[in-house]
Design a protein around this ligand. Structure first.
Ligand SMILES: *Cc1c(COP(=O)(O)O)cnc(C)c1O
Length: 371
C-alpha cells in the first residue's frame, strides 16, 4: 500500500482574492472536539452565530442564517428561493460574479434581463432606471464588491429605484462584508449573501445569508417547489429558527465553531474600526505599489479597500513574478479572472490579511524580485 506522508503544507501569506489568513483563535476553535449538530450546546452556537450575523449585516431580519456551503451556494440560495419559472430577473453585470448570477437565473427557468457595465467600472444607476422601464422584474441583483475587477458598487440609489418598481433588491456581499460599510436594513436590501473566507477570515465553506420580511413573503407566495432540495429555505428555516429545530442536514460543526470565533473577533474590533483598518492598509499598499510602477485599474472613488486590481509595470511578467512570490516568499496574490485573465493582479487585503506587515512583506518581496 502506498504510504502517504502526514499533511505538511507550506505556511503561506494569503493576499489573493480569498481565502485570507485566519487568526490563530479561529484555527483553535476549529479543533474543538465535535459535538452533535442537534446537541443543545450546538443549537446555542447556531443562535449566537445568527445574532452575530445580524449585527454584522446591520439588520433585524429574523431569517438570518448560514448556508452550509461556500459563497456561490449563498448566491444560488437567494436566486432559487426567490425565482420561479417565468419570473423576470434584472441582473447587473460588471464582472465574473454578475455573470454567475445570470447563469443561475437561466437555470431557474426565469427570464434574464441584463444590464452590463464595462469591466473595471461600476453600474450607472441610470442604466438600471432605463432597463426598469422595459420590464417588470421580480428582483434586481447586483454585486457590491466585484472581486474580479476591484470595483465597489454604490447601492442605495439602485435600491430605491428597485423598490419603486416593486422588485426585490438582491446583493452579493461576499467580498465587501466585514471589510467596508454595508447596511442591509438602511439600504433596503431584501436578500444578501456573503462568504466566510474573505473579510471574515474564517475557513472557506460557509455562506452567511439574510432575507427581509418582504423576501420571506415572496418565498411564502411561491406556487412551485424550490428547484433545489438542499437550498430550499422553506425547509432550511425550520432548522435555523423556531422551537422545533427539525433536522435538515448535518451542519459542518467544526467550520461553525471557527465562524463563531471569527465573528467574535470582528465584534471585538468593532465594525467601524475594521472598515477604517481596511481603508488605511489599502492606502499604504497603493502608495507602495505606485512607487514601483503599478497602476490601478479602477478609478479612485470606486476602488475596493480589500481587493486591489492593478496593472503591472512595463516589462514585468505577471505569471513568473507571482510564481516567485509564492515559491520564494510564500506570498499568494491573485491573477486576473475572466476578461482580465493574464492582464492584471488582484491583491487582497482581507480581514486578518489586512495589516501593515502584509503590505510591507509584499512590497519588500516585489522590490527584491524587480531589482
Ligand atoms: C468569492 C466570491 C463569490 C463566490 O464565493 P465562493 O466561496 O468562492 O463560492 C461570489 N461573489 C463574489 C463577489 C466573490 O468574491
Amino acid at each position: 500500500m502506498h504510504n502517504y506522508p502526514e499533511l505538511n503544507t507550506s505556511q503561506r501569506i494569503l493576499m489573493g482574492p480569498g481565502p485570507s489568513d485566519a487568526h490563530p483563535r479561529v484555527l483553535k476553535a476549529m479543533s474543538t472536539p465535535l459535538i452533535g449538530h442537534l446537541d443543545p450546546e450546538f443549537l446555542t452556537v447556531m443562535d449566537e452565530i445568527k445574532t452575530m450575523t445580524q449585527a454584522t449585516f446591520q439588520t433585524q431580519n429574523s431569517l438570518t442564517f448560514t448556508v452550509s456551503a461556500p459563497g456561490s451556494a449563498g448566491m444560488e440560495t437567494c436566486l432559487v428561493n426567490l425565482l420561479e419559472p417565468g419570473d423576470e430577473a434584472l441582473i447587473c453585470v460588471h464582472g465574473v460574479f454578475g455573470n454567475r448570477m445570470s447563469d443561475i437565473v437561466e437555470r431557474c427557468g426565469a427570464k434574464l434581463i441584463r444590464v452590463d457595465a464595462p469591466w473595471g467600472q461600476p453600474i450607472d444607476p441610470q442604466q438600471v432606471r432605463d432597463a426598469l422601464k422595459t420590464c417588470q422584474p421580480k428582483l434586481v441583483a447586483i454585486v457590491h464588491a466585484e472581486t474580479s475587477t476591484g470595483v465597489l458598487q454604490p447601492l442605495e440609489e439602485i435600491s430605491q429605484m428597485t423598490h419603486a418598481a416593486g422588485a426585490l433588491f438582491v446583493v452579493d456581499a461576499v467580498t465587501s462584508y466585514c471589510g467596508t460599510q454595508l447596511k442591509v436594513d438602511d439600504w433596503g436590501i431584501d436578500a444578501i449573501y456573503s462568504g466566510s473566507q474573505k473579510c471574515l477570515s474564517a475557513p472557506p465553506g460557509l455562506s452567511p445569508v439574510s432575507f427581509s420580511d418582504r423576501a420571506v413573503a415572496a418565498l411564502d407566495r411561491r406556487k412551485t417547489k424550490v428547484q433545489s432540495w438542499f437550498l430550499d429555505l422553506t425547509m432550511v428555516k425550520n432548522y435555523w429558527q423556531g422551537a422545533k429545530r427539525a433536522y435538515h442536514h448535518t451542519a459542518p460543526v467544526s467550520a461553525m465553531f471557527a465562524l463563531r470565533e471569527a465573528y467574535r473577533l470582528v465584534l471585538e474590533e468593532g465594525l467601524e474600526q475594521r472598515f477604517e483598518r481596511h481603508h488605511r492598509n489599502h492606502l499604504l499598499l497603493r502608495n507602495g505599489l505606485e512607487e514601483l510602477g503599478f497602476t490601478f485599474l479602477v478609478d479612485e472613488p470606486y476602488r475596493l479597500p480589500m481587493l486591489n486590481a492593478v496593472k503591472l509595470p512595463e516589462g514585468v511578467d505577471g505569471v513568473s513574478t507571482r510564481k516567485r512570490l509564492l515559491d520564494d516568499y510564500n506570498i499568494e496574490v491573485g491573477g486576473g479572472l475572466g476578461d482580465f485573465a493574464g492582464k492584471i493582479w488582484r491583491i487582497g487585503l482581507m480581514g486578518n490579511s489586512s495589516t501593515p506587515n502584509h503590505v510591507n512583506m509584499l512590497l519588500g518581496a516585489l522590490k527584491e524580485i524587480m531589482r
